[in-house]
Design a binder for this molecule. Structure first.
Ligand code: 13P
Ligand code: SF4
Length: 299
């Protein structure tokens, strides 16, 4: 309680807002001004008047906030909170794919580094990937780094030819089709809602596929009393808060992203008190990366 009061005092002093991804631990989501998926949070950060943004999430999210609002101070409370998917791809990998497929537009999932974004035409998130791809005039698309999200969207745009990179999410890749079959037996009649970062066979067998906020909306609007969830377990906080009368069952207890769990109330407090860890993007690629994000917001 004392820590919460201190955080709120420092927040007012620094004219700060706290934004938290849907996977953050419960008490961090509780104290946040905004919680949501990557797309919602990037829009909030781009529009907000606050001087400081405390980004409770992983590095690529805080970097995207800084790219969209370079004049603001963006703090990542846990400096080592990264995303293995984002770190799986280098700009050289993108250049190689571009050389192999020179006519293709390059669509880059927001889960990527600044230097990778700079090599791409447009960014997307799991909630707007389809819209972004439909907005392209090119008939060929290089979709990076997540082959699972890429597979999911490409099946809905059969008129375009897709090329992928092999950088799936370590957390969502753990979900297996056997776990879907098991859930169907254990929870008969319960809809299964999964994130498109899950493997294609899991996505194909699910009843709903969407971003983390898409899953929250699906559960809010569903008449089902019990819903099986196939995304990182942090989402259960928002689901239980929004739908106290529904039961949520996680597809597998292995749906845990260690990086999303690094941030605590203590780290939020230290971030505000010591103004750390500030996101600085000195890379010469920053302007190009910003363009990819801005094109996404306009798509
Ligand atoms: P969302 O944009 O759906 O919140 O997903 C972000 C993410 O990292 C999923 O693993
Ligand atoms: Fe990255 Fe996967 Fe964690 Fe999302 S859940 S932040 S894609 S490692």
């Amino acid at each position: 309680m004392e820590l919460t009061e201190e955080i709120n005092r420092l927040k007012a002093e620094r004219q700060a807002i706290i934004v938290a991804h849907n996977y953050q631990v419960d008490d961090v989501q509780e104290i946040a001004d905004y919680t949501g998926d990557s797309y919602f949070l990037s829009k909030i950060c781009a529009k907000n008047e606050a001087k400081t943004i405390v980004f409770c999430g992983v590095r690529f999210m805080a970097e995207s906030a800084k790219l969209l609002s370079p004049e603001k101070t963006v703090l990542l409370p846990e400096a080592t909170a990264g995303c293995p998917m984002a770190d799986s791809m280098t700009p050289e990998d993108v250049i190689r794919l571009k050389n192999e497929h020179p006519k293709a537009a390059v669509v880059c999932y927001i889960n990527s580094t600044v230097d990778v974004k700079a090599e791409c035409d447009v960014c997307c998130t799991s909630s707007n990937a389809l819209k972004v791809i439909h907005s392209l005039k090119e008939e060929e698309v290089i979709f990076i780094p997540d082959p699972n999200l890429g597979d999911y969207v490409s099946k809905q745009v059969p008129e375009k030819k897709f090329y992928f990179f092999n950088g799936p999410c370590v957390t969502h890749s753990r979900v297996s089709i056997e776990e879907i079959k098991k859930a169907r037996k254990l929870s008969p009649g319960a809809p299964i809602a999964v994130h498109p970062e899950c493997p294609p066979e899991v996505v194909a067998a699910a009843d709903y596929v969407g971003s983390t906020s898409g899953i929250v909306d699906f559960c809010r609007n569903s008449d089902a009393k019990c819903i099986v969830i196939g995304t990182e377990m942090g989402i259960l906080y928002q689901l239980k808060k929004d739908c106290p009368d529904k039961e949520f069952r996680l597809l597998t207890p292995r749906l845990l992203c260690v990086n999303m769990k690094k941030t605590s109330l203590e780290s939020v407090y230290h971030a505000l008190r010591d103004n750390k860890t500030q996101i600085e993007i000195n890379s010469t690629a920053a302007d190009k990366a910003r363009l990819s994000l801005e094109r996404m917001l306009r798509a």
